[in-house]
Design a protein around this ligand. Structure first.
Ligand code: GLU
Length: 375
């Protein structure tokens, strides 16, 4: 069987602090990182796009700042993150450079992926970075985060990123090699290679946090699994303790797969079609109806009329002149700007609005045809 990881087109790899930062010296584990970067380079040669979510800023920065051992206060963690993030990003950039890969630092807060307007921007930026061949290295923007920084936050962050960019596989590398029916080592604890549904029984198997410098243990990984699977993204929990941790998964090493029962694109389209109530209407001409049915994006040129006070990122209905809803999607301009550019050619947008916005009013990835999808 070809590994599911080998088949994935777009993956998110999350690395826990404990793997990347030596607990004794507080330094980056450079040779381990180099081995992971080798695996990332190999994945890209196979045609898989890779996004990294890397923890480690606090673990690195606390040592540099000379903060005492033990639990840090929130403001100390935030200060440590500000210092450590520089070292972390530098290590990634330098190591990726040895394989001729450009690194891009992306700091997000959990709400960036929840709030739709930011979601569209973050999604577009990450897609552009990937299209340009860069590897985005993401961490939470801990320094400005308003809530308690908890270990394991990055498990959920990675799942939200995976959902946002419609990744088909999320790899959680940590100090645990997968899910067991009871804490590993306990009598009767059995290893589970595959999980098809996150049931209350599966949730009950998640134990307490186990590692010293990072990782939320299983609980946050199961929560990440719910987000990923809901977005049509498979998830795999694997140990990052050995060198070449991705290759290990490819070679059939022990890990637990959580399997989504829909594809990422199907899930995203279902989310757009079902969960969100359209806030406005765009009435389009026949040419646009035709283009949309061929899987194209909606350009301003095809829009005849605009109704509703929608904001960027809101869901709008795309209707024919006769009032039939043909599609639904996330709009890239607010109602005021959309009114100004309706009917105009894409090249005229900048002149009218005074800034360079997106070419499409609704991008095809953010749109679902109501009469059924063409692939
Ligand atoms: N963002 C934190 C850091 O880089 C880690 C949070 C986590 O371990 O999930 O130090």
């Amino acid at each position: 069987m070809i590994s599911r990881l080998a088949k994935a087109r777009r993956i998110v790899v999350k690395i826990g602090s404990a793997l990347l930062v030596d607990q004794k010296t507080g330094a980056i584990k450079a040779s381990w990182l180099a081995s992971l970067v080798d695996d990332i380079a190999d994945a890209r040669v196979r045609g898989t796009e890779v996004v990294v979510v890397s923890s480690g800023a606090i673990a690195l920065g606390r040592r540099t700042l000379g903060l005492a051992k033990g639990k840090l206060k929130l403001e100390q963690s935030q200060a440590a993150a500000a210092v450590g993030q520089i070292t972390l990003a530098q290590a990634w950039a330098e190591t990726l450079r040895t394989r001729n890969i450009v690194a891009a630092q992306v700091l997000v807060t959990l709400t960036d992926t929840e709030e739709r307007r930011r979601h569209l921007n973050a999604r577009a930026t990450l897609s552009t970075l990937l299209a340009q061949g860069a590897v985005p290295v993401i961490n939470e923007n801990d320094t400005v985060a308003t809530s308690e920084i908890r270990y394991g936050d990055n498990d959920r962050l990675a799942a939200r990123v995976a959902s946002m960019i419609s990744a088909d596989c999320l790899v959680l590398l940590s100090d645990i090699d997968g899910l067991y029916t009871a804490p590993p080592g306990k009598k009767g604890a059995e290893f589970l290679p595959e999980v098809k549904d996150i049931t209350p029984e599966i949730e009950a198997m998640a134990g307490k946090p186990v590692s010293g410098v990072g990782s939320g243990g299983m609980i946050t990984k199961i929560e990440a699994g719910k987000i990923a699977l809901g977005a049509g993204c498979n998830m795999v929990i694997a140990s990052g303790h050995e060198m070449h941790p991705l290759k290990r998964v490819l070679d059939g090493g022990r890990c637990t797969w959580f399997l989504a029962n829909a594809s990422a694109l199907q899930s995203r389209k279902r989310w757009i079609a079902g969960t969100l109530q359209p806030i406005g209407h765009l009435v389009v001409d026949e040419g646009a109806v035709e283009a949309l049915s061929r899987g194209k994006s909606l350009l301003p040129a095809g829009v005849r009329r605009i109704e509703g006070a929608f904001a960027r990122g809101d869901t709008v209905s795309i209707m024919t002149a006769k009032g039939r809803e043909i599609a639904r999607g996330l709009v890239t301009y607010d109602a005021g700007d959309a009114l100004k550019i309706a009917g105009l050619k894409t090249a005229e947008i900048e002149k009218v609005l005074g800034f360079r916005g997106r070419d499409e009013l609704v991008h095809r990835d953010d749109m679902v045809l109501m009469g059924g999808e063409r692939a």
